[in-house]
Design a binder for this molecule. Structure first.
Ligand code: FES
Length: 106
């Protein structure tokens, strides 16, 4: 089990990136009482999404946004709803929360 962080290290709503994990670079989003984890790879060009460290959400904290060409992804399932990769999706990373800490699944 690879620990990412304590849940409270992520704002709600908010996001946090992790550059080196057994699954490669990933990021976590807290939103609506849930935690989502995705590979930090835009389906458009395969590059990182964030515009500044730990900044993966749009200005309203309603969608995940890729900084390079502005693609918008639904937080709940990673589907791209606007931008050059509409219909593609972020890769969800299995994870779980235990005792207030966030772990990648083995
Ligand atoms: S690289 Fe993400 S939208 Fe183009």
């Amino acid at each position: 089990m690879h620990k990412l962080c304590a849940i409270n290290d992520i704002a709600e709503p908010g996001s946090k990136g992790f550059d080196s994990t057994p699954k490669g670079p990933v990021f976590a989003v807290r939103f609506d009482g849930q935690v989502f984890v995705y590979a930090n790879t835009c389906p458009h060009l395969g590059i990182n999404l964030e515009w500044q460290p730990d900044q993966f959400l749009d200005q309203e904290d309603r969608m995940i946004q890729c900084c390079t060409h502005g693609a918008l992804f639904r937080i709940e399932d990673g589907e791209c709803l606007a931008g050059p990769c509409v219909g593609d999706a972020l890769t969800a990373i299995p994870h779980h929360v235990k005792n207030g800490e966030l772990f990648l699944a083995d």
